[in-house]
Design a protein around this ligand. Structure first.
Ligand code: MEV
Length: 328
């Protein structure tokens, strides 16, 4: 038997970094997914394969805990910790090993939630395989714990989007999730650089700045909160002009936090020059992606961004994590 779970990536519209400090955020699930297949093996080993990235490795398990290896980095960390989490929850004694096979449509390190999508899909597939009937809020919660464990600091925004899909407003201190209207297609474009973003390092750099200059950085985080709250109203009232302007303001505030790069800046301004009414870094920054909002000139903005970096139009995904069951 095999089981397959797929979970969408995400793009943050408002509030990245500030969300780490309990501020609200707004993000959308995108039509690019991580797909994780779990298959029983004839031996007792656990093997992970990530198609397209050349990863093919055995995980060493002792008492259901994955033994750290020097090369056990990146994607493998999220998968190992997800396996550990499900092993802790499962009372079934496992006789056989597992093949864990990952297919990824989301560019890695692009700020588009590849690690959250892999984590949510892995936990969902493993829990289904182990006959644990986890509810969506449990999946989101365990996936967030895995992200915290691997990254050191993480808000629940990425794992929430990968679990539930749609357009989500995460309230102050992540107390409440509200689904916002989904009528944005097709007006959002992603531009991403080859330079990977390291969320853990970027989050840490903002933490150090906040500690060094609290009287400067705290008001910036408060301003991002106000931008997000105003954007929520603008989304509900479908006020495109205000939304675009708020994205531009949010970009300036992220720049002030020190997470911009020359490549991201170039794309942000090129998008505006070619017709986007709003454009900003999306995700952690320091590499990764920008998002441009262009209800009227989508093709022009896409063409210009593709001249300098990778770019694609995103379709929003109303679906969160999904299961498939099959036989091999
Ligand atoms: C990463 O997609 C968004 C950050 O705010 C980190 C997080 O929320 O965990 C930078």
């Amino acid at each position: 038997m095999h089981v397959i779970a797929s979970a969408p990536g995400k793009a943050i519209l408002f509030g990245e970094h500030a969300v780490i400090y309990g501020k609200p955020a707004i993000a959308v699930a995108i039509d690019k997914k991580a797909r994780v297949k779990i298959r029983q093996r004839m031996d007792s080993k656990t093997h992970v394969e990530v198609h397209g990235l050349g990863i093919s490795e055995y995980l060493e398990l002792e008492n259901d805990v994955v033994q750290e290896k020097d090369n056990n980095k990146g994607i493998l960390d999220y998968i190992s910790k997800s396996l550990e989490k499900v092993n802790q929850l499962s009372e079934l004694k496992k006789q056989n090993g597992l093949d864990i096979i990952v297919d990824l449509e989301i560019p890695i390190g692009s700020g588009l939630g590849s690690s959250a999508a892999i984590t949510v899909a892995t936990i969902t597939a493993l829990s289904f395989y182990n006959k644990l009937e986890l509810k969506k809020d449990e999946i989101a919660n365990y996936a967030h714990q895995v992200e915290l464990n691997v990254q050191g600091a993480a808000s629940p925004i990425d794992t929430t989007l990968s679990t539930y899909g749609g357009v989500i407003y995460l309230s102050r201190n992540s107390e409440e999730i509200t689904h916002l209207p989904l009528n944005w297609n097709p007006s959002l474009i992603i531009g991403y650089t080859e330079r990977e973003s390291n969320t853990g390092k970027l989050v840490e750099s903002v933490r150090i700045k906040k500690k060094s200059y609290p009287s400067i950085i705290n008001p910036i985080l408060d301003s991002i909160e106000q931008v997000t709250e105003t954007a929520r109203e603008a989304i509900i009232c479908e006020n495109a002009e205000i939304l675009g302007e708020l994205m531009n303001i949010n970009h300036g505030l992220l720049d002030a936090l020190g997470v911009n790069t020359p490549e991201l800046s170039r794309m942000v301004y090129l998008a505006r020059k070619s017709g986007a009414i709003g454009s900003k870094i999306t995700g952690a920054g320091g590499g990764g992606s920008i998002i441009a909002y262009s209800p009227n000139k989508i093709k022009e903005v896409l063409r210009e961004l593709q001249r300098v970096e990778n770019a694609f139009i995103i379709k929003l995904s109303s679906l969160g994590v999904q299961m498939e069951v099959g036989r091999t």
